[in-house]
Design a protein around this ligand. Structure first.
Ligand code: COA
Length: 415
Protein backbone atom coordinates (compact mmCIF):
# COMPACT_ATOMS: atom_id res chain seq x y z
CA UNK A 1 0.00 0.00 0.00
CA UNK A 2 3.00 2.32 0.25
CA UNK A 3 2.92 5.07 2.86
CA UNK A 4 0.13 7.46 3.80
CA UNK A 5 2.01 10.59 2.66
CA UNK A 6 3.88 9.10 -0.29
CA UNK A 7 4.51 11.81 -2.89
CA UNK A 8 4.25 14.72 -0.43
CA UNK A 9 7.40 16.87 -0.41
CA UNK A 10 8.19 18.96 2.62
CA UNK A 11 10.57 21.91 2.65
CA UNK A 12 11.62 21.61 6.26
CA UNK A 13 12.90 24.89 7.61
CA UNK A 14 12.52 23.84 11.22
CA UNK A 15 14.97 23.76 14.10
CA UNK A 16 15.19 22.85 17.78
CA UNK A 17 12.18 20.75 18.86
CA UNK A 18 8.69 21.95 17.98
CA UNK A 19 9.02 22.12 14.19
CA UNK A 20 11.26 19.03 13.89
CA UNK A 21 8.68 17.00 15.87
CA UNK A 22 6.11 17.88 13.23
CA UNK A 23 8.25 17.13 10.19
CA UNK A 24 9.53 13.89 11.72
CA UNK A 25 5.94 12.68 12.01
CA UNK A 26 5.25 13.63 8.39
CA UNK A 27 8.42 11.77 7.36
CA UNK A 28 7.30 8.71 9.30
CA UNK A 29 4.04 8.79 7.39
CA UNK A 30 6.04 8.71 4.15
CA UNK A 31 6.61 12.36 3.16
CA UNK A 32 9.93 13.30 1.60
CA UNK A 33 11.27 15.79 4.16
CA UNK A 34 14.15 17.99 3.05
CA UNK A 35 15.66 19.73 6.04
CA UNK A 36 17.36 23.00 5.13
CA UNK A 37 20.19 23.86 7.49
CA UNK A 38 22.83 26.50 7.70
CA UNK A 39 26.15 25.26 6.23
CA UNK A 40 28.82 24.61 8.85
CA UNK A 41 26.61 24.57 11.93
CA UNK A 42 23.17 23.23 11.00
CA UNK A 43 20.30 22.89 13.43
CA UNK A 44 21.59 24.24 16.74
CA UNK A 45 20.53 21.04 18.51
CA UNK A 46 23.14 19.02 16.62
CA UNK A 47 25.61 20.46 19.12
CA UNK A 48 23.43 20.85 22.21
CA UNK A 49 23.61 18.45 25.17
CA UNK A 50 26.21 16.32 23.41
CA UNK A 51 27.20 13.10 25.13
CA UNK A 52 29.89 12.15 22.58
CA UNK A 53 32.35 14.78 21.25
CA UNK A 54 31.83 15.81 17.60
CA UNK A 55 28.85 13.53 17.15
CA UNK A 56 25.29 14.72 16.51
CA UNK A 57 23.53 14.92 19.87
CA UNK A 58 20.69 12.65 20.87
CA UNK A 59 18.59 15.81 21.03
CA UNK A 60 19.05 16.13 17.26
CA UNK A 61 19.06 12.49 16.22
CA UNK A 62 15.86 11.71 18.13
CA UNK A 63 13.92 14.52 16.42
CA UNK A 64 15.13 14.22 12.85
CA UNK A 65 14.70 10.63 11.71
CA UNK A 66 13.79 9.82 8.12
CA UNK A 67 14.74 13.28 6.82
CA UNK A 68 17.23 14.44 4.21
CA UNK A 69 19.64 17.26 5.05
CA UNK A 70 20.50 20.07 2.64
CA UNK A 71 22.91 22.79 3.72
CA UNK A 72 22.14 26.22 2.34
CA UNK A 73 22.86 29.85 3.06
CA UNK A 74 19.30 31.05 2.66
CA UNK A 75 20.26 34.72 2.86
CA UNK A 76 22.56 35.06 -0.17
CA UNK A 77 21.21 35.46 -3.69
CA UNK A 78 22.33 32.03 -4.94
CA UNK A 79 20.88 30.40 -1.84
CA UNK A 80 17.58 32.17 -2.37
CA UNK A 81 17.45 30.83 -5.93
CA UNK A 82 17.79 27.29 -4.57
CA UNK A 83 15.08 28.01 -2.03
CA UNK A 84 12.79 29.32 -4.77
CA UNK A 85 13.20 26.08 -6.68
CA UNK A 86 12.38 24.17 -3.52
CA UNK A 87 9.27 26.27 -2.94
CA UNK A 88 8.14 25.50 -6.47
CA UNK A 89 8.75 21.76 -6.14
CA UNK A 90 7.49 21.15 -2.60
CA UNK A 91 3.97 20.86 -1.21
CA UNK A 92 4.52 22.22 2.27
CA UNK A 93 7.00 24.62 3.84
CA UNK A 94 7.28 24.09 7.59
CA UNK A 95 9.10 26.61 9.75
CA UNK A 96 9.48 27.61 13.35
CA UNK A 97 11.71 30.62 13.12
CA UNK A 98 11.28 33.60 15.38
CA UNK A 99 8.52 35.91 14.09
CA UNK A 100 9.52 37.84 10.97
CA UNK A 101 12.55 35.71 10.00
CA UNK A 102 11.01 34.19 6.87
CA UNK A 103 9.81 37.62 5.70
CA UNK A 104 13.28 39.07 6.25
CA UNK A 105 14.67 36.30 4.04
CA UNK A 106 12.32 37.55 1.33
CA UNK A 107 9.92 34.63 1.55
CA UNK A 108 6.72 36.41 2.46
CA UNK A 109 3.39 34.61 2.07
CA UNK A 110 2.70 36.68 -1.05
CA UNK A 111 6.03 35.75 -2.62
CA UNK A 112 5.55 32.07 -1.84
CA UNK A 113 2.06 32.15 -3.30
CA UNK A 114 3.45 33.79 -6.43
CA UNK A 115 5.98 30.98 -6.78
CA UNK A 116 3.61 28.16 -5.92
CA UNK A 117 -0.10 28.79 -5.23
CA UNK A 118 -0.49 25.21 -4.01
CA UNK A 119 2.13 25.67 -1.30
CA UNK A 120 1.03 25.19 2.30
CA UNK A 121 3.07 27.31 4.71
CA UNK A 122 2.98 25.89 8.20
CA UNK A 123 4.44 27.75 11.16
CA UNK A 124 4.99 27.26 14.85
CA UNK A 125 5.11 30.52 16.73
CA UNK A 126 5.21 31.15 20.45
CA UNK A 127 2.04 33.23 20.52
CA UNK A 128 -0.79 33.86 18.10
CA UNK A 129 -1.71 37.37 16.92
CA UNK A 130 -1.84 39.81 19.83
CA UNK A 131 0.42 41.62 22.25
CA UNK A 132 3.06 38.87 22.41
CA UNK A 133 3.14 37.86 18.74
CA UNK A 134 6.73 39.05 18.24
CA UNK A 135 8.20 37.19 21.21
CA UNK A 136 10.62 34.30 20.97
CA UNK A 137 9.37 31.33 22.94
CA UNK A 138 10.82 28.10 24.30
CA UNK A 139 9.08 25.10 25.86
CA UNK A 140 8.77 26.28 29.44
CA UNK A 141 7.62 29.76 28.47
CA UNK A 142 4.74 28.12 26.60
CA UNK A 143 3.93 25.91 29.57
CA UNK A 144 3.75 29.01 31.75
CA UNK A 145 1.77 31.15 29.30
CA UNK A 146 -0.58 28.34 28.31
CA UNK A 147 -1.93 27.64 31.81
CA UNK A 148 0.00 24.46 32.54
CA UNK A 149 2.47 25.78 35.12
CA UNK A 150 -0.13 27.60 37.22
CA UNK A 151 -2.13 24.39 37.50
CA UNK A 152 0.76 21.97 38.04
CA UNK A 153 2.38 21.24 41.40
CA UNK A 154 1.15 21.36 44.95
CA UNK A 155 -0.86 24.11 46.58
CA UNK A 156 1.91 25.06 48.98
CA UNK A 157 4.63 25.17 46.32
CA UNK A 158 5.51 27.34 43.31
CA UNK A 159 4.12 26.76 39.80
CA UNK A 160 5.80 23.78 38.15
CA UNK A 161 6.74 22.91 34.59
CA UNK A 162 6.27 19.33 33.48
CA UNK A 163 8.80 17.04 31.83
CA UNK A 164 6.38 16.22 29.03
CA UNK A 165 7.27 18.66 26.25
CA UNK A 166 3.76 19.84 25.68
CA UNK A 167 4.90 23.24 24.39
CA UNK A 168 7.33 21.96 21.78
CA UNK A 169 6.38 18.41 20.85
CA UNK A 170 2.74 19.13 21.69
CA UNK A 171 2.69 22.06 19.26
CA UNK A 172 4.50 20.02 16.63
CA UNK A 173 1.70 17.48 16.83
CA UNK A 174 -0.94 20.16 16.46
CA UNK A 175 0.88 21.59 13.44
CA UNK A 176 1.14 18.16 11.79
CA UNK A 177 -2.61 17.75 12.04
CA UNK A 178 -3.13 21.22 10.54
CA UNK A 179 -0.85 20.36 7.63
CA UNK A 180 -2.62 17.10 6.86
CA UNK A 181 -5.99 18.90 6.98
CA UNK A 182 -4.68 21.62 4.64
CA UNK A 183 -3.36 18.98 2.23
CA UNK A 184 -6.78 17.33 2.25
CA UNK A 185 -8.51 20.66 1.55
CA UNK A 186 -6.06 21.35 -1.27
CA UNK A 187 -7.41 18.28 -3.08
CA UNK A 188 -10.70 20.14 -3.48
CA UNK A 189 -9.52 23.73 -3.91
CA UNK A 190 -6.11 23.32 -5.56
CA UNK A 191 -4.88 26.11 -3.27
CA UNK A 192 -2.43 26.23 -0.43
CA UNK A 193 -2.99 28.10 2.80
CA UNK A 194 -1.21 29.21 5.94
CA UNK A 195 -1.28 26.90 8.96
CA UNK A 196 -0.39 28.35 12.34
CA UNK A 197 0.05 26.49 15.61
CA UNK A 198 0.96 28.82 18.44
CA UNK A 199 2.65 27.20 21.42
CA UNK A 200 0.49 29.06 23.94
CA UNK A 201 -2.65 27.85 22.15
CA UNK A 202 -1.45 24.26 21.95
CA UNK A 203 -0.60 24.13 25.65
CA UNK A 204 -3.95 25.67 26.49
CA UNK A 205 -5.68 23.07 24.31
CA UNK A 206 -3.94 20.38 26.36
CA UNK A 207 -5.02 22.21 29.54
CA UNK A 208 -8.65 22.38 28.42
CA UNK A 209 -9.89 20.67 31.60
CA UNK A 210 -8.36 23.43 33.70
CA UNK A 211 -10.36 26.11 31.87
CA UNK A 212 -13.36 23.87 32.51
CA UNK A 213 -12.48 23.92 36.23
CA UNK A 214 -11.97 27.69 36.19
CA UNK A 215 -15.59 28.11 35.16
CA UNK A 216 -16.83 25.50 37.62
CA UNK A 217 -14.95 27.34 40.36
CA UNK A 218 -16.45 30.66 39.32
CA UNK A 219 -19.89 29.09 39.45
CA UNK A 220 -19.70 27.15 42.72
CA UNK A 221 -16.66 28.53 44.58
CA UNK A 222 -15.36 25.02 45.18
CA UNK A 223 -13.80 22.07 43.32
CA UNK A 224 -14.73 19.05 45.37
CA UNK A 225 -12.30 16.61 43.76
CA UNK A 226 -9.33 18.93 44.46
CA UNK A 227 -7.15 18.30 47.56
CA UNK A 228 -8.07 21.76 48.90
CA UNK A 229 -11.57 20.40 49.61
CA UNK A 230 -12.95 20.35 52.27
CA UNK A 231 -10.37 21.88 54.63
CA UNK A 232 -8.40 24.28 52.44
CA UNK A 233 -9.25 27.59 50.84
CA UNK A 234 -10.12 28.26 47.21
CA UNK A 235 -9.10 31.57 45.65
CA UNK A 236 -10.34 33.05 42.40
CA UNK A 237 -8.16 31.00 40.04
CA UNK A 238 -7.93 27.23 39.59
CA UNK A 239 -5.37 26.08 42.15
CA UNK A 240 -2.64 23.48 41.73
CA UNK A 241 -4.17 20.08 42.34
CA UNK A 242 -1.15 17.97 43.26
CA UNK A 243 -1.76 14.50 41.89
CA UNK A 244 -5.53 14.70 41.84
CA UNK A 245 -7.15 13.20 38.79
CA UNK A 246 -8.26 15.66 36.13
CA UNK A 247 -11.44 13.69 35.48
CA UNK A 248 -14.55 12.74 37.39
CA UNK A 249 -12.99 9.67 39.02
CA UNK A 250 -10.78 10.68 41.97
CA UNK A 251 -7.19 9.49 41.78
CA UNK A 252 -3.88 10.01 43.61
CA UNK A 253 -0.32 8.73 43.68
CA UNK A 254 0.31 6.30 46.52
CA UNK A 255 3.50 4.79 47.90
CA UNK A 256 4.44 1.17 47.23
CA UNK A 257 6.89 -1.23 48.81
CA UNK A 258 10.42 0.14 48.62
CA UNK A 259 9.44 3.82 48.32
CA UNK A 260 12.00 4.75 50.98
CA UNK A 261 14.89 3.98 48.61
CA UNK A 262 13.30 3.89 45.15
CA UNK A 263 12.05 7.30 43.98
CA UNK A 264 9.64 5.61 41.58
CA UNK A 265 8.07 3.01 43.87
CA UNK A 266 4.64 4.60 43.48
CA UNK A 267 1.35 3.79 41.81
CA UNK A 268 -1.41 5.95 40.40
CA UNK A 269 -4.66 4.69 41.87
CA UNK A 270 -8.10 5.66 40.59
CA UNK A 271 -11.11 5.12 42.83
CA UNK A 272 -13.44 4.47 39.94
CA UNK A 273 -16.99 4.39 41.28
CA UNK A 274 -18.20 1.19 39.55
CA UNK A 275 -15.42 -0.86 41.24
CA UNK A 276 -15.68 0.74 44.69
CA UNK A 277 -16.80 -2.52 46.29
CA UNK A 278 -13.77 -4.36 44.89
CA UNK A 279 -11.45 -1.58 46.06
CA UNK A 280 -12.86 -1.92 49.61
CA UNK A 281 -12.39 -5.69 49.54
CA UNK A 282 -8.82 -5.54 48.18
CA UNK A 283 -7.62 -2.97 50.72
CA UNK A 284 -9.44 -4.66 53.61
CA UNK A 285 -12.04 -1.96 54.21
CA UNK A 286 -15.20 -3.95 53.51
CA UNK A 287 -17.14 -1.86 56.05
CA UNK A 288 -16.84 1.12 53.65
CA UNK A 289 -19.09 -0.68 51.14
CA UNK A 290 -22.15 0.08 53.24
CA UNK A 291 -20.90 2.94 55.43
CA UNK A 292 -22.93 6.01 54.31
CA UNK A 293 -19.81 8.16 54.74
CA UNK A 294 -18.02 6.14 52.05
CA UNK A 295 -20.61 4.21 50.05
CA UNK A 296 -21.26 6.85 47.35
CA UNK A 297 -18.86 8.98 45.27
CA UNK A 298 -20.47 12.16 46.63
CA UNK A 299 -20.03 11.02 50.26
CA UNK A 300 -16.39 10.13 49.61
CA UNK A 301 -15.39 13.51 48.15
CA UNK A 302 -14.74 15.25 51.52
CA UNK A 303 -12.94 12.09 52.71
CA UNK A 304 -10.56 11.44 49.82
CA UNK A 305 -7.54 11.97 52.06
CA UNK A 306 -8.70 9.14 54.35
CA UNK A 307 -9.59 6.99 51.33
CA UNK A 308 -6.14 7.31 49.77
CA UNK A 309 -4.43 6.85 53.15
CA UNK A 310 -6.22 3.49 53.51
CA UNK A 311 -5.32 2.53 49.95
CA UNK A 312 -1.70 3.44 50.61
CA UNK A 313 -1.64 1.35 53.79
CA UNK A 314 -2.34 -1.58 51.43
CA UNK A 315 -0.06 -0.55 48.50
CA UNK A 316 3.01 -0.09 50.72
CA UNK A 317 2.88 -3.81 51.36
CA UNK A 318 3.24 -4.58 47.62
CA UNK A 319 5.63 -3.61 44.85
CA UNK A 320 4.01 -1.33 42.27
CA UNK A 321 3.81 -4.17 39.74
CA UNK A 322 2.39 -6.64 42.27
CA UNK A 323 -0.23 -4.09 43.27
CA UNK A 324 -1.05 -3.43 39.63
CA UNK A 325 -1.51 -7.11 38.91
CA UNK A 326 -3.87 -7.60 41.85
CA UNK A 327 -5.86 -4.46 41.05
CA UNK A 328 -6.19 -5.36 37.38
CA UNK A 329 -7.69 -8.71 38.33
CA UNK A 330 -10.53 -6.62 39.78
CA UNK A 331 -10.63 -4.12 36.89
CA UNK A 332 -9.48 -1.34 39.20
CA UNK A 333 -7.74 1.32 37.09
CA UNK A 334 -4.16 2.03 38.19
CA UNK A 335 -0.74 2.65 36.70
CA UNK A 336 2.82 2.20 37.92
CA UNK A 337 5.16 5.19 38.00
CA UNK A 338 7.70 3.97 35.45
CA UNK A 339 11.19 5.43 35.30
CA UNK A 340 12.83 6.13 31.94
CA UNK A 341 15.16 3.23 32.74
CA UNK A 342 12.21 0.88 33.06
CA UNK A 343 10.57 2.26 29.92
CA UNK A 344 13.77 1.81 27.91
CA UNK A 345 13.84 -1.86 28.89
CA UNK A 346 10.12 -2.56 28.44
CA UNK A 347 9.75 -5.37 25.87
CA UNK A 348 6.19 -4.50 24.83
CA UNK A 349 7.23 -0.98 23.81
CA UNK A 350 10.05 -2.45 21.72
CA UNK A 351 7.66 -4.93 20.14
CA UNK A 352 5.30 -2.18 18.92
CA UNK A 353 8.08 0.09 17.67
CA UNK A 354 7.28 2.79 20.19
CA UNK A 355 10.82 2.41 21.51
CA UNK A 356 13.31 1.62 18.74
CA UNK A 357 17.02 1.00 18.50
CA UNK A 358 18.59 2.98 15.68
CA UNK A 359 22.09 2.65 14.23
CA UNK A 360 23.99 5.81 13.39
CA UNK A 361 27.30 6.00 11.46
CA UNK A 362 29.15 8.18 13.97
CA UNK A 363 27.18 7.54 17.16
CA UNK A 364 26.53 3.82 16.92
CA UNK A 365 23.35 2.36 18.37
CA UNK A 366 20.94 4.48 20.40
CA UNK A 367 17.37 4.28 21.58
CA UNK A 368 14.65 6.54 20.30
CA UNK A 369 10.94 6.96 20.56
CA UNK A 370 9.39 5.70 17.34
CA UNK A 371 6.11 6.78 15.82
CA UNK A 372 3.47 6.72 18.57
CA UNK A 373 0.70 6.79 15.93
CA UNK A 374 0.13 3.42 14.26
CA UNK A 375 -1.49 3.19 10.83
CA UNK A 376 -2.35 -0.34 9.76
CA UNK A 377 -1.75 0.49 6.09
CA UNK A 378 1.30 2.72 6.48
CA UNK A 379 3.86 1.10 8.69
CA UNK A 380 6.62 3.28 10.11
CA UNK A 381 10.19 2.33 9.52
CA UNK A 382 12.49 4.52 11.62
CA UNK A 383 15.62 5.55 9.71
CA UNK A 384 18.51 7.43 11.28
CA UNK A 385 18.78 11.22 11.16
CA UNK A 386 20.90 12.68 8.36
CA UNK A 387 24.41 13.97 8.82
CA UNK A 388 24.72 17.68 8.17
CA UNK A 389 24.39 18.26 4.43
CA UNK A 390 24.38 14.54 3.68
CA UNK A 391 21.85 14.97 0.86
CA UNK A 392 22.86 18.38 -0.47
CA UNK A 393 24.17 17.12 -3.81
CA UNK A 394 21.31 14.66 -4.23
CA UNK A 395 18.63 17.30 -3.63
CA UNK A 396 20.33 19.90 -5.83
CA UNK A 397 20.63 17.34 -8.63
CA UNK A 398 16.89 16.68 -8.32
CA UNK A 399 16.32 20.43 -8.63
CA UNK A 400 18.23 20.38 -11.93
CA UNK A 401 21.67 21.57 -10.84
CA UNK A 402 24.57 19.89 -12.67
CA UNK A 403 27.78 18.82 -10.92
CA UNK A 404 29.72 21.93 -12.01
CA UNK A 405 27.00 24.22 -10.69
CA UNK A 406 26.94 22.35 -7.38
CA UNK A 407 30.73 22.66 -7.14
CA UNK A 408 30.46 26.39 -7.84
CA UNK A 409 27.85 26.82 -5.09
CA UNK A 410 30.12 24.94 -2.71
CA UNK A 411 33.12 27.09 -3.64
CA UNK A 412 31.04 30.19 -2.81
CA UNK A 413 29.96 28.69 0.57
CA UNK A 414 26.32 28.77 -0.47
CA UNK A 415 25.92 25.11 0.43
N1 COA B 1 20.68 30.39 6.10
C1 COA B 1 20.83 31.66 6.53
N2 COA B 1 20.28 32.13 7.64
C2 COA B 1 19.53 31.27 8.36
C3 COA B 1 19.32 29.94 7.99
C4 COA B 1 19.93 29.50 6.79
N3 COA B 1 19.82 28.25 6.35
N4 COA B 1 18.55 29.35 8.91
C5 COA B 1 18.28 30.28 9.84
N5 COA B 1 18.87 31.44 9.52
C6 COA B 1 18.84 32.71 10.24
C7 COA B 1 17.50 33.36 10.18
O1 COA B 1 17.31 34.01 8.95
C8 COA B 1 17.57 34.32 11.38
O2 COA B 1 18.23 35.48 10.98
P1 COA B 1 17.64 36.97 11.24
O3 COA B 1 17.21 37.02 12.67
O4 COA B 1 18.83 37.84 10.94
O5 COA B 1 16.52 37.20 10.33
C9 COA B 1 18.51 33.60 12.34
O6 COA B 1 19.02 32.48 11.62
C10 COA B 1 17.94 33.12 13.64
O7 COA B 1 16.63 32.57 13.54
P2 COA B 1 15.72 32.50 14.85
O8 COA B 1 14.51 31.72 14.54
O9 COA B 1 15.50 33.88 15.37
O10 COA B 1 16.63 31.64 15.85
P3 COA B 1 17.01 31.94 17.38
O11 COA B 1 18.00 30.89 17.72
O12 COA B 1 17.42 33.34 17.62
O13 COA B 1 15.64 31.68 18.18
C11 COA B 1 13.73 30.37 18.83
C12 COA B 1 15.22 30.38 18.45
C13 COA B 1 13.29 28.93 18.98
C14 COA B 1 13.54 31.11 20.17
C15 COA B 1 12.91 31.09 17.74
O14 COA B 1 13.21 30.49 16.50
C16 COA B 1 11.41 31.04 17.98
O15 COA B 1 10.86 31.77 18.81
N6 COA B 1 10.70 30.20 17.21
C17 COA B 1 9.26 30.10 17.24
C18 COA B 1 8.79 29.35 18.46
C19 COA B 1 9.41 28.01 18.59
O16 COA B 1 9.33 27.17 17.72
N7 COA B 1 9.99 27.78 19.77
C20 COA B 1 10.36 26.47 20.21
C21 COA B 1 11.57 25.97 19.66
S1 COA B 1 11.69 24.30 20.17
Amino acid sequence: MGKALDGVRILDFTHVQSGPTCTQLLAWFGADVIKVERAGSGDVTRQQLRDIPDVDSLYFTMLNHNKRSLTLDAKCEDGKKVLEKLVVSCDVLVENFAPGVLDRMGFTWERIQQLNPRMIVASVKGFGPGPYQDCKVYENIAQCAGGSASTTGFDDGPPLVTGAQIGDSGTGLHLALGIVAALYQRHRTGRGQKVLAAMQDSVLNLCRVKLRDQQRLACTGVLKEYPQYPNGQFGEAVPRAGNASGGGQPGWIVKCKGWQSDPNAYLYFITQAPVWQDICKVIGKEEWITDPDYATPEARLPRLEQVFAAIEAWTVTKSKLEAMQILNEHDIPCGPILSMREIAAEPSLRATGTVVEVDHPTRGKYLSVGNPIKLSGSETEVRRSPLLGEHTDEVLAELGYCMQEIAALRAKNVI
